[in-house]
Design a protein around this ligand. Structure first.
Ligand SMILES: [Zn+2]
Length: 267
């Protein structure tokens, strides 16, 4: 039963990745993605048929090229599909068929969308952070009053951390990052949001230092890294391993009674 669920999750995740690719790409171009605007080859304008829209497989069968004009199709699209399949399988493996899986799944769509737009254009679209946050606040109703309040506290803390940083650093980070973290906060609740922020900043910091060591990034020259993909990595790790991380901390440190997680991430 579990194996089938994980396989179905992988297929669903790959399809979701394909859809999120389109949404992110069209949003950056300012085009509508909700209408019946068919997918076309960006080089020759050929309308893609069903056979050319199968996630992962189409790209492999066509060896990364358009069937009509032979133009290369970026490996990035298929990488996103593979990553989304892996994320979906990880979620079901960890959380099974549960409210936590549903909430983490909705949240993960927001993480992927915002990472894609931030990576490609440096823009965070508020709607891609706010929509998953609102959906998860509504899902939290199933967990009762405290679950909803925890989501609101998460949103407030996620936004608040960045508001403080933005004010103190006089524009070192953008308000897009604050809105992103507010949406994530509603998905994750207070404690996981705080840990996600820590994990995301650490991931970004290590990556930046590594890039400086190999000479691809230079200190103080106005070069910037997109922050959202790193925050997203921190969030996803926390969504999966949060309970283990918090029970590890509570075994070793004081305040252990404050480290238990609330619905739906209960230990
Ligand atoms: Zn073509």
């Amino acid at each position: 039963m579990m194996t089938q669920a994980i396989i179905i999750a992988g297929i669903f995740g790959a399809c979701m990745g394909s859809f999120l690719n389109v949404v992110a790409h069209r949003s950056i171009q300012g085009r509508s993605w909700a209408g019946n605007d068919r997918s076309i080859c960006e080089s020759c304008g050929h309308v893609l048929g069903a056979y050319e829209l199968i996630p992962i497989l189409s790209w492999l069968l066509q060896r990364g090229k358009c069937r009509h004009c032979g133009a290369k199709i970026s490996v990035r699209y298929v990488l996103v599909e593979i990553i989304c399949a892996a994320l979906a399988m990880t979620i079901i493996y960890r959380w099974g068929i549960s409210w936590a899986s549903l909430i983490v799944g909705v949240g993960a769509c927001g993480l992927v969308l915002n990472s894609l737009t931030d990576f490609e254009s440096g823009d965070v679209f508020d709607i891609f952070a706010v929509a998953p946050g609102v959906v998860c606040l509504l899902l939290r109703i199933a967990g009762g009053k405290w679950a909803v309040l925890d989501g609101l506290a998460g949103a407030a803390s996620g936004w608040g951390i960045f508001a403080v940083i933005i004010v103190l650093s006089r524009g070192g980070m953008g308000w897009g990052d604050a809105v992103f973290m507010a949406g994530v906060g509603a998905v994750m609740g207070l404690k996981l949001t705080l840990f996600s922020f820590y994990a995301g900043i650490m991931a970004g910091g290590f990556f930046a230092v590594a890039m400086m060591i190999i000479g691809r990034l230079h200190w103080g020259k106005g070069e910037t890294l997109p922050l959202v993909p790193f925050l997203a990595i921190g969030c996803f790790i926390t969504m999966i391993f949060g309970p283990e991380i918090f029970s590890y901390l509570s075994e070793r440190y004081i305040f252990s009674e404050y480290l238990s997680l609330s619905w739906p991430f209960t230990n």
